[in-house]
Write a protein that binds this ligand. Structure first.
Ligand code: PDD
Length: 286
């Protein structure tokens, strides 16, 4: 089955899907995106992701080219046409195609909508979770609006690659006051000495993760307290457990920070328990 992508109203072969070199995202990274998990052929937490897409659009004065109903149909069509049982859909909206100029394109310029589906290796992801991942800490050099899910991800990709070069999977970004904000593509969490989950407040400095939001419900059901407060790398290194959350990683245990073992160097029961519980709580599409 050949892969099919969606580009501005048409379903095309993924390998032939294309946008103009004048597209604002190509020239200025002037776009927004979402990544939604596909689990058992269903979209997980779709409503939260689409709500956040709308918010990102509002914050950047971007008009989505299609309404919510149409968008949902496109996503379902992509899952079906690509026959994806487990994986992700990626969707991106850009400020459209216009001759290069920092000013916005003239009013009425259609925005670009691109979406595609990826298959993922469930067994490999599970094996990774059972082994746990390593993270490194790096300065958070991003702009002050990480709450917007923008395609401008240069600091994030540089941090991610640095992590890889260090033999780690993720980089935890540290603000100027020494507090961990989040990962380059995930939210950051620790489990403190009392067994409470600690994560950076979402009112500034981080992306308000959809997986993060779902964890509040799961934790409550398991009588686990969540404290939204800032924590340092030093505190994280001494934590009982650490983990990350995101649509591509779900709940993923962290077993080392900057080469120092966390919780004895093995995934902890809290992180693994939350991971196991996740799909029992996150709503799946019809
Ligand atoms: N990233 N923080 C950042 C900087 C992210 O890029 C992401 C997700 C998250 C977690 O958000 P959510 O739980 O809604 O996926 C937090 C996606 C998966 C990506 O860029 O591929």
């Amino acid at each position: 089955m050949s892969r099919i992508a969606y580009v501005n109203g048409r379903y095309v072969r993924h390998s032939e899907a294309a946008v103009s070199i004048d597209d604002r995202a190509f020239l200025f990274a002037d776009g927004i995106y979402e990544v939604i998990e596909i689990f058992g052929g269903k979209l997980i937490d779709e409503a939260g992701h689409l709500e956040r897409l709308n918010r990102s659009a509002r914050e950047l004065l971007l008009k989505l080219p299609v309404g919510e109903r149409a968008l949902k149909l496109i996503l379902r069509e992509l899952v079906a046409r690509n026959g994806v049982a487990y994986g992700h859909v990626y969707l991106q909206v850009t400020r459209g195609v216009a001759r290069r100029d920092h000013f916005f394109p003239k009013a009425g310029t259609p925005t670009t909508l691109v979406a595609f589906a990826h298959r993922s290796d469930r067994a490999a992801a599970e094996a990774k979770a059972q082994a746990g991942i390593k993270v490194i800490s790096l300065p958070d050099i991003r702009w002050k609006r990480p709450d917007i899910k923008s395609t401008s991800l240069l600091p994030n990709v540089l941090a991610k690659q640095q992590a890889k070069d260090f033999g780690a999977y993720e980089a935890w970004l540290v603000d100027e006051e020494g507090f961990v904000t989040e990962g380059s593509s995930s939210n950051a969490w620790i489990v403190d000495a009392d067994g409470a989950l600690v994560t950076h407040p979402a009112d500034s400095g981080i992306l308000r993760g959809i997986t993060r939001a779902r964890l509040f419900e799961i934790a409550a059901a398991h009588q686990i307290r969540i404290v939204e407060r800032r924590f340092t790398v030093v505190e994280a290194k001494a934590a009982r457990e650490a983990f990350i959350t995101g649509a591509t990683t779900l709940v993923m245990p962290v077993v080392a920070i900057d080469g120092e073992k966390i919780g004895g160097g093995a995934p902890g029961p809290v992180a693994l328990g939350l991971r196991a519980a996740f799909h029992g709580f996150a709503p799946a599409s019809e």
